[in-house]
Design a protein around this ligand. Structure first.
Ligand SMILES: Nc1ncnc2c1ncn2[C@@H]1O[C@H](COP(=O)(O)OP(=O)(O)OP(=O)(O)O)[C@@H](O)[C@H]1O
Ligand SMILES: [Mg+2]
Length: 231
């Protein structure tokens, strides 16, 4: 269970998040939608403990208050983020990276799992270096499966993907979804949400959750956009 209570985030003098409350029970997948620049990625980075932010509020994962923890400690507490723009790690192969994420997996298990995500060809290549957009997203989902986190933050896992890739990324999410993980999926488009079982949808505008609801809210946003929520 992820609980976010009154999360406020400032970067320098600018306040980006203005008191976000969200609860995601284990096993549930919540979608976060909202216009460009509304604070969705900032929300993910803040939960992951980006040290450039000053933040207040309380974030708990299960019984653990992670609000004051560093990025590394948050990761150890079970928080995983897949990035909107995954960065390359020259000098670190995917295999080495996977060994760090989960030292308990042996080579055979890693190979088997990597085949499921169609990333076995990348194991000996540097993480995210010279991968296509879609390949990076599969690599991120592979890391998610290796990590088995308590909280998974998927920031625009569908961005830059063609329609077949969206379908395959959705099936990878569905097939690997588990009851111990709380999922947050940030997206602009209802396309990917059609293929996923979404438990709840939150609309973020100007650093606030302005509306939460079920699947119907996705259709509402699809037809009417976000202007209705903007001042
Ligand atoms: N390091 C930073 N310094 C200053 N402003 C920042 C910084 N990071 C983010 N911002 C600002 O915070 C606001 C929210 O950005 P964020 O990336 O969270 O938006 P988003 O909702 O994810 O948008 P998009 O849908 O385009 O990905 C933007 O106005 C952005 O310019
Ligand atoms: Mg973003």
């Amino acid at each position: 269970m992820l609980k976010v209570n009154n999360l406020k985030v400032s970067i320098g003098e600018v306040q980006i998040l203005r008191g976000v409350d969200i609860e995601v029970p284990s096993g549930e997948l919540h979608a976060i939608m909202g216009p460009n620049g509304s604070g969705k990625s900032t929300f993910c980075h803040a939960l992951m403990g980006n040290p450039d932010y000053s933040q207040s509020g309380v974030v708990t994962v299960g019984e653990t208050d992670i609000s004051k923890l560093t990025q590394y400690e948050r990761s150890a507490a079970g928080v995983f983020q897949s990035f909107q723009y995954p960065v390359g790690l020259p000098g670190v192969t995917l295999k080495e990276y996977i060994n760090e994420i989960n030292p308990e997996l042996n080579d055979e298990e890693i190979l088997e799992l990597s085949k499921k995500f169609n990333v076995s060809n990348f194991l000996d290549r540097d993480v995210n270096v010279d991968l296509s957009g879609g390949e990076k997203k599969r690599s991120e989902l592979f890391q998610l499966a290796v990590k088995k986190p308590k909280v998974a933050l998927l920031d625009e896992i569908d961005s830059g993907l063609d329609i077949d890739a969206i379908k395959s990324v959705s099936s990878l999410i569905n097939e690997n979804r588990n009851e111990e993980t709380s999922y947050i999926l940030v997206t602009h488009y209802s396309r990917i949400l059609k293929y996923l079982e979404v438990d709840r949808v939150h609309i973020v505008v100007q650093g606030n959750v302005v509306k939460s609801g079920d699947q119907e809210l996705i259709e509402e946003v699809d037809s009417n956009g976000y202007t209705q929520y903007q001042e």
